[in-house]
Design a protein around this ligand. Structure first.
Ligand code: PRX
Length: 654
């Protein structure tokens, strides 16, 4: 998408103010915006002081060496203590922290006191395996309580976790483990998905067998009870290692800027970026946003975020935000439609879920299945609904509110990224008059702008590029091992402006007549498939790694359910082209991408073509391919070397 084409097609007049009762009782009251505007840094310092600091900080922000920010840097805290021991000490140890629901129907409720003990034992065990401050631990687990326990135990020791989504392939695990030089991998034999056990440990074995590795041990949680291969001396059962380990563990205070985790995400090049987050600022903003955006009343609410812990949403709004706030939450292992398409609604009914946070792609799939399914469950406990991951179209927004929310619940559309660590733009449910399809307002204490390519503010009723103009507590602190890439990727686009440095998020946005922000999607070579980021280059690299492929181009084509879908165009190697049919090649290559990256990256379609459209300078014109993939009239071809190429691709597809 070019800036000139960024504009909103949305003419949405429906408005949904909060009810007077909701507004009166809301956690966030209108004065919060004034407080933040009056003194932004004092506002964040006050939020940070709601955490437990072992050594109080005296300096809020050090921005003397941009873009490297330091927040609350002379304070010390223990992140796990803030999520656990603090609540037990405050007398709420008996509150359920996690209602865990396994896909086959097994379940477990864990109180704060129990979770604290489990994390202490796990921390002692990890320390016994040599894990200490700064060490990297890769976590490749299903959504089971041990995933949360492992993350918190790593955090408790001041070590750094790198959670790898359970759907990623051996190749992806290898790249991530290698980039971070992880010394320990925590995995499971398998997990439950769509009524079957899917193996996990095998992928870790394959990843580590592919060459020299920094990994000394693999800890294996028993979940799927499927057969696993075993490497003596390296592999250890989680439950055996915990036997007889003490549940006494003093939380050490670490500097606020002690790294907490690395999470890999797709960028515009083939190599995933290890986004680095640190402790004090991250926890401050995760906890603050969780409480205010979802209007959390921890004594009475039951919260459920459907994200996998392998994504940033799972980090900030399953683990750190809710636990820092002492919330009771649901954690569900499986898929929404197993064993029946009403599983999610059944879970809401079972636990009396009152706050629900999910992605537009899920909402759209439920819309397709029809309202009868949710309407056959009691969803009356719900009082706040959230959306994240991609733009939510107004129809899905309204359906969500009407059918899931009984026509009364506020819906908050939350914009943020792996890099931002926590929610940046969102309505506040007791204050904002909601507009379907719009994230609307920056959070208190957050400053954003929408600029044109030259860096000029676009004004109202105009579109441009979304930037963040001031540092924020949960901002990424860098890309693991690559400070230059950090500068280039996020801070170089508007480096020439006097009011810089500005963070460029990679998204297009539109300001409406009220000055509210509506997000329009990525403007770079990053696709958004079901709310997950995938880079066109990453998938192209996977395709050309197959021996039959000479050249590949990948685009994100709009898709009714997943937002965007991966569509690939490939040229086969002359020698191999004759030996397979286009259909065989397509099937083979879709599978190959799934093996190289993971099933989420599997292209919806792979078209075998004779040529790819290129500019005179040799760049593939993805915009044209996107037009073709979406069946649109072809746009401007004046810079194309050979206009016939497009006609010939069209011919292949007809
Ligand atoms: O394009 C935006 C889109 O998701 C991207 C960030 O992806 P990721 O780092 O995987 O984090 C997803 C969960 C926070 C953004 O650059 N995005 C996320 N939330 C929204 C969104 N686009 C529009 N509206 C949203 N609410």
């Amino acid at each position: 998408m070019s800036t000139t084409s960024i504009d909103s097609l949305l003419h949405e007049d429906r408005r949904f103010p909060p009810s007077p009762e909701f507004a009166a009782a809301a956690v966030a009251q209108p004065g919060i915006y004034d407080e933040a505007r009056a003194d932004r840094l004092a506002f964040w310092a006050a939020r940070a002081r709601e955490l437990h600091w072992q050594t109080p900080f005296t300096e809020t922000l050090d921005w003397s060496n941009p873009p490297f920010a330091r927040w609350f840097a002379d304070g010390t805290l223990n992140v796990a203590e803030n999520c656990l021991d603090r609540h037990v000490a405050a007398g709420i140890g008996d509150r359920v922290a996690i209602h865990w629901e396994g896909e086959p129907g097994d379940s477990r409720s864990i109180t704060y006191a129990e979770l604290t003990r489990e994390v202490k034992r796990a921390a002692n065990m990890l320390a016994g395996l040599g894990i200490g401050q700064g060490d990297r631990v890769a976590i490749y687990l299903p959504v089971i309580p041990e995933a949360v326990i492992a993350m918190l135990a790593v955090a408790r020791l001041g070590a750094i976790h790198s959670v790898i989504f359970g759907g990623f392939s051996a190749e992806s695990i290898r790249a991530r483990v290698e980039d971070a030089d992880a010394t320990l991998v925590i995995t499971a034999d398998g997990g439950w998905r769509k009524g079957k056990v899917f193996p996990l440990k095998g992928a870790v074995d394959a990843a580590l067998a592919a060459g020299e590795t920094s990994v000394k041990n693999v800890l294996v949680v028993r979940r799927g009870e499927n057969e696993v291969d075993w490497t003596d001396g390296r592999d250890l059962w989680w439950h055996e290692q915990l036997e007889g380990v003490s549940d006494e563990h003093e939380p050490e205070g670490f500097e606020a800027e002690n790294p907490l985790f690395i999470l890999y995400t797709s960028g515009t090049t083939g190599k995933p970026k290890g986004i680095l987050h640190t402790s004090g600022g991250y926890l401050t903003q995760a906890a603050f946003t969780h409480k205010n955006v979802f209007d959390l009343k921890p004594e009475t609410d039951v919260y459920w975020c459907t994200a996998d812990v392998g994504w940033i949403t799972g980090h900030s709004y399953v683990v750190y935000g809710p636990l820092a706030n002492g919330a009771t939450q649901v954690l569900y292992e499986g898929t929404p439609d197993t064993p029946h398409p009403g599983r999610w609604w059944e879970i809401i009914q079972k636990y009396g879920v009152s706050i629900f946070y999910t992605a537009p792609t899920a909402i759209r799939s439920f819309m397709k299945l029809g309202r009868e399914i949710p309407q056959s469950f009691d969803l009356s406990s719900l009082r706040v609904l959230g959306s994240v991951g991609e733009p939510i179209n107004p129809e899905a927004w309204v359906w969500y509110r009407e059918i899931i929310g009984g026509g009364t619940t506020p819906v908050v559309d939350t914009w943020w990224q792996t890099e931002t660590g926590a929610i940046m733009i969102s309505a506040l449910p007791g204050i904002t008059v909601a507009k379907p399809g719009s994230a609307q307002v920056p959070m208190p204490g957050i400053s954003v702008d929408v600029l044109d390519e030259e860096g000029v503010h676009v004004g109202k009723e105009a579109g441009g590029l979304l930037v963040i103009t001031e540092p924020w507590p949960s901002m990424l602190r860098g890309i693991w091992g690559d400070p230059e890439r950090f500068r280039d990727t996020y801070w170089s686009k508007f480096a020439h402006l006097p009011n810089g440095p500005l963070y460029f998020a990679g998204d297009g946005a539109h300001l409406d007549a009220d000055g509210d922000v509506q997000l329009l999607g990525r403007v770079d070579d990053v696709m958004n498939v079901s709310g997950h980021r995938l880079s066109t280059m990453e998938i192209e690299s996977a395709l050309v790694s197959h021996p039959i492929v000479a050249e590949a181009a990948v685009v994100g084509a709009s898709d009714e359910t997943t937002g965007q879908a991966v569509v690939a165009f490939v040229i086969l190697r002359a020698k191999k082209a004759g030996s397979v049919t286009a259909t065989e090649a397509s099937t083979m290559l879709r599978q190959h991408v799934a093996e190289q990256i993971g099933a989420i990256a599997r292209p919806r379609e792979v078209f075998v073509v004779a040529e790819l459209p290129k500019t005179r300078s040799g760049k593939i014109m993805r915009r044209l391919l996107q037009d073709i993939a979406e069946g649109r009239e072809i746009g401007d071809t004046t810079t194309l070397t050979d206009v016939n190429v497009v006609q010939s691709i069209r011919g292949t597809l007809d």
